[in-house]
Ligand binder design. Structure first.
Ligand code: AMP
Length: 541
């Protein structure tokens, strides 16, 4: 017997329609690339989104066709998200921090019809445009006044493009399983692979992200996504904010600590989200200048492991709750968020901190298990570690254009992460499977060692890689960036591990560096470090 409820498809256009109808005067504030602050409302945004939808139709963009973006977090990017997906085309966000060859590959692989770009990326696009013959037009996200001279023959101006188009547009009632947006994973090996999100997966993910034990979003919040809109749709925040009617604040290209802190304060930001490296810069700026947060209540930190020292600093020095989260592009991206259960109310500060170092509990919609190399399920005891497998309605089942074949194993997506799951359902990543250090047949977690190292007050950032060892196969080598002006030597660093990790986990040596390499999404570039230190002579070797 069928239920007798309405069968309306879950579509992205319904999110912005809802925000405009019921939170019409709520603001969207952006730091503009051209300078200054731009301010308007959800109602204004919906008007301009529909103008853009009309403009896309006039350009001949068809359902399912890809429209690329090379852009920072800002109001025009927000408009493109909704206009492109809402009118049945696919919004393809491109990470401008990738190498130009990768960007060219991605644009051509996605077969982008048009690409929208911020002023920052014009020099880049002028170089790669001749290699992207399929792109009919490049749209500069600015007004006539700021249009620079350019050699690009098919360069359009965003404001000119939408000008003269009406702000009425009948959003099509789409099949909820049709594609809405596309994001390539920045794999460290091989070509990037496209994850093709659907309207249904995006809306379900947006609902789940708002839950109290997830990001706890509401119409009383002011959200500043530091995580870029080119990195898994800014973790879905442009959708979740419209769904809840939260005020949105976009930082534009200014991602330094001072600019972010200024926006937090002037706009009354209550919640933010980003990767640990961004918060590192912000916390250093706060410390140097003796600053406080007057409105910030919580921040979501994920994308790579959030060191307990960072959680401690946010919570104890600044009174800001940290929501440690784990996810991946293939998961839209949210998989787990770390929030407490009622039973944890009695924990003391140190116990709470230890728990928060874990990546958190699965949000309903994400099923999770760990298996050994033979596929056998491992117990959820917080000790056994294995390959983390997931499934759910916002998890990728295949990459765009079949790239990489069938990624699933018995209907589960292998994350490539190694993790434990404890009896309360808290998952902890011990490593990316490629980064695990295999010493004498046992595994050493590089993340644990890095977290311990950054607990030392003189350490700004740390990475641990396995280096070949004649007796133990591999031993850990610690790479450290000292805090500006701090002094720290090898012996003191190694002593710091004593009593904090198992004795045989203590790194065999320390190398001090001025900086560590990062990927285009802010993760430590371990492949580069492993390559660089492949022949490193360990004192124990
Ligand atoms: P991406 O698809 O670029 O977002 O990368 C996803 C990968 O980032 C995951 O498979 C993890 O290896 C890593 N990652 C994301 N969040 C965390 C976290 N909180 N702790 C440790 N690793 C993380």
């Amino acid at each position: 017997m069928q239920g007798l409820m309405m069968n309306l498809p879950l579509t992205i256009s319904a999110l912005i329609r809802h925000a405009a109808n019921f939170h019409g005067d709520t603001e969207i504030v952006s730091r503009r690339i051209e300078g200054g602050i731009h301010r308007y409302t959800y109602a204004d945004a919906h008007g301009r989104i529909r103008q853009l939808a009309n403009a896309l139709a006039a350009l001949g963009v068809k359902p399912g066709e890809r429209v690329g973006t090379l852009a920072w977090n800002g109001y025009r990017h927000f408009e493109i998200y909704y206009a492109v997906s809402g009118s049945a085309a696919v919004c393809h966000t491109i990470n401008p921090r990738l190498f130009p060859e990768q960007i060219t590959y991605i644009i051509n692989h996605a077969e982008d019809r048009f690409v929208f770009l911020d002023l920052t990326f014009l020099p880049l696009v002028e170089k790669l445009a001749p290699l992207c013959p399929g792109v009919s037009g490049w749209v500069l996200m600015t007004d006539r006044e700021h249009m620079p001279a350019s050699t690009l023959p098919n360069l359009l101006c965003y404001e000119d493009l939408i000008h003269g188009h009406g702000d009425e547009f009948e959003w099509p009632e789409l099949d909820e399983n049709s594609a809405s947006s596309l994001c390539y994973t920045s794999g460290t090996t091989g070509n990037p692979k496209g994850v093709l999100f659907s309207h249904r997966s995006t809306v379900l993910h947006a609902f789940a992200a708002c839950l109290p034990d997830a990001l706890n979003l509401s119409a009383r919040d002011v959200i500043l996504p530091v995580v870029p809109m080119f990195h898994v749709n800014a973790w879905g925040l442009p959708y979740s904010c419209a769904l809840t009617g939260a005020k949105l604040v976009f930082p534009g290209a200014a991602m330094d600590g001072a600019s972010i802190h200024e926006l937090f304060e002037t706009e009354g930001v209550t919640c933010s989200a980003g990767v640990p490296t961004v918060w590192l810069g912000l916390l250093q700026h706060m410390e140097r200048n003796g600053l406080r947060f007057s409105t910030l209540r919580r921040t979501v930190i994920g994308g790579s492991a959030c060191p307990p020292a960072m959680i401690r600093s946010f919570e104890q020095d600044y009174g800001v709750q940290v929501l440690h989260a784990w996810g991946m592009t293939e998961l839209s991206p949210l998989g787990t968020v770390n929030s407490f259960k009622a039973k944890h109310a009695a924990l003391d500060a140190e116990q709470r901190l230890a728990l928060q170092g874990k990546q958190g509990r699965p949000i309903h919609g994400v099923e999770m298990k760990i298996i050994d190399d033979d596929g056998k399920a491992l117990p959820h005891d917080g000790q056994a570690y294995g390959n983390l497998m997931v499934r759910g309605p916002w998890i990728c089942r295949q990459y765009f254009r079949g790239e990489g074949g069938d990624p699933l194993i018995d209907g589960w997506f292998p994350t490539g992460d190694v993790a434990t799951i404890d009896g309360d359902g808290y998952m902890q990543i011990t490593d990316r499977s490629k980064d695990v250090i295999k010493s004498g047949g046992e595994w050493i977690s590089s993340i644990d060692l890095e977290n311990t190292a950054v607990g030392h007050p003189a350490v700004a950032e740390a990475a641990v890689v396995g280096v070949p060892h004649p007796k133990w196969d591999e031993r850990p080598l610690l790479l450290v960036v000292r805090k500006p002006g701090a002094t720290l030597e090898r012996e003191e660093m190694l002593r710091y591990f004593e009593g904090r990790v198992a004795k045989w986990w203590i790194p065999d040596d320390v190398v001090f560096l001025d900086q560590l390499p990062h990927t285009a999404t802010g993760k430590l570039l371990k492949t580069r470090l492993r390559e660089q230190f492949r022949n490193y002579g360990l004192p124990t070797g």
